[in-house]
Design a protein around this ligand. Structure first.
Ligand SMILES: [Zn+2]
Length: 479
């Protein structure tokens, strides 16, 4: 029997606020443990939480960008559970009245526009972190770190509308792109700024009822999500084909060993005893705030990608790569001005991205070193074939490492460019003057001599001319 996978994702997005969700402590990654804490985020008795307006404004940007219904009066709730990294013994989250419902994330897959429906997005706080067990001599102990406790999070839940691991990867890639474009999160999965759980079930192809689902926790790379979901689909398919029943369970995916491990089955599931948080007022969002947010949204990644295809005539693949980060897309647009858009795209996608990877630079560092005007100067000369291919590749490396114009760089590295049209034209004219015989033959229709003339120019230029440019100049001069 053929089975169909039904997948829903739960994503946690860490907001890029300066301070925590309900107190004034700074959000910092990697500082001295427990150096950014206060009575509120430690959950000391009598401390009163106060919502972070900046976090709510960021949440609004995401909800409105995704076309969600905005609840004008949403409610913070306590989710009760006991865990050492949660000293209040409850997490402040939203339950039956979340800030957003519905909406959808547009995703382009293999050049096809798709759209994945959302159930809800709500605001909550992050927990602390436990490190355990650690060995100290003959004792083993656990440590708890609260710098992360109270960090603002958005939880985004999709409808069970995804059907394959590839769709999950595409969804997360698009979500990461969106939060970066909106400037609300860095979306770095390695740093836990974007986390994902997946609900997976199988059903006979064509069936409408849902099968028993399992939950995959802590998938912390996009590849990990893809491979974890793949492994779980495979596990369930084998069980179903062997006539077994799927047990509702929570699983951990070990990316290093490509293995699934069952953490707990349904019998041990929590009852969180949600209740509205009596310390926090109803969260009201005004029409004015919504309208203001709508007006100030930047061009959204999917709209920009579509525009790159229509305005610059780029392939969908190029548009997707260039729009992956807003800074890269901005840089592309600044560089492409007045040049061949596909030519510029090729240089950015291959050479610039390669150098960034090699140097482990952010795009901002590159833009600082090679501002658009400097890059345009280089690209214009490469496009006119004044710089032969290998030299152009060397030259872009110098641009990254050194100061100065393209000419200065060439001079500094002792490269004599006879490559420009201005430099080559006299050589072309001289070759024509020195070879009246072959020129007459060419003019009478003997194409073979053209190759001979090109060779003569190449020789005279010391082999540094670009053949295509030589051909073009010869044709011009021969009329
Ligand atoms: Zn605090």
């Amino acid at each position: 029997m053929a089975f169909e996978a039904v997948i829903g994702l739960e994503c946690h997005i860490q907001l890029r606020t300066r301070t925590k969700m309900f107190c004034e402590c700074e959000v910092v990654f990697g500082d001295e443990p427990n150096s950014h804490v206060c009575p509120v985020c430690l959950g000391l008795p009598g401390a009163l939480p106060r919502p972070n307006g900046g976090a709510i404004a960021m949440a609004l940007r995401l909800g409105i960008a995704l076309g969600c219904d905005v609840r004008r009066d949403s409610v913070f709730a306590r989710k009760n559970y006991f865990y050492p990294d949660m000293p209040k013994n409850y997490q402040i989250t939203q339950y039956d009245r979340p800030l957003f419902e519905h909406g959808a994330l547009p995703v382009t897959m293999d050049g096809e526009p798709r759209s994945f429906e959302l159930t809800r997005i709500h605001v909550e706080e992050d927990a602390g972190k436990s490190f355990h067990p650690e060995r100290h001599g003959d004792r083993s102990l656990s440590r708890v770190e609260f710098n992360r406790a109270g960090t603002p999070l958005l939880e985004l839940v999709t409808e069970p509308v995804l059907r394959s691991p590839a769709e999950c990867a595409a969804f997360l890639t698009a979500l990461r792109k969106l939060v970066r474009a909106l400037g609300i999160s860095d979306g770095d999965m390695e740093k836990g700024q974007l986390r994902c759980d997946a609900n997976v079930s199988l059903r006979p192809e064509g069936a409408s009822l849902l099968g028993v689902k399992t939950e995959l926790k802590n998938l912390n790379t996009i590849k990990g999500v893809e491979r974890g979901v793949e492994a779980e689909i495979e596990r369930q398919r084998r069980a179903l084909e062997a006539g077994e029943r799927i047990v509702q369970a929570t699983l951990l995916y070990d990316a290093d060993h490509d293995k699934l491990q069952i953490m707990r089955t349904k019998e041990e599931a929590h009852d969180y005893r949600y209740l509205p948080d009596p310390d926090l007022p109803v969260l009201r969002v005004s029409e004015f705030e919504i309208a203001h947010c709508r007006e100030t949204l930047p061009e959204l990644p999917w709209a920009r990608e579509a525009r790159f295809v229509s305005q610059y005539g780029l392939p969908a693949y190029d548009a997707a790569v260039l729009c992956d980060a807003r800074e890269l897309a901005d840089y592309y647009e600044a560089c492409a001005e007045g040049l061949d858009p596909k030519f510029v795209s090729n240089w950015l996608m291959t050479e610039v991205l390669r150098i960034l990877k090699e140097k482990q630079w952010e795009i901002a560092r590159w833009v600082e070193q090679v501002p658009p005007a400097r890059m345009r100067d280089f690209l214009a000369r490469a496009q006119k074939r004044e710089l032969p291919g290998p030299l152009a590749k060397q030259c872009i490396g110098w641009l990254a490492d050194e100061r100065g114009s393209v000419d200065e760089l060439l001079q500094r590295h002792g490269v004599e460019v006879k490559g420009t049209a201005e430099a080559l034209r006299p050589i072309v004219r001289a070759v024509i003057a020195e070879n009246p015989g072959p020129v007459a033959e060419y003019r009478s229709g003997k194409q073979v001599t053209f190759g001979f003339l090109v060779g003569q120019v190449m020789k005279k230029s010391g082999g540094q001319a670009v053949p295509q440019l030589v051909q073009q100049l010869l044709r011009e001069e021969l009329g």
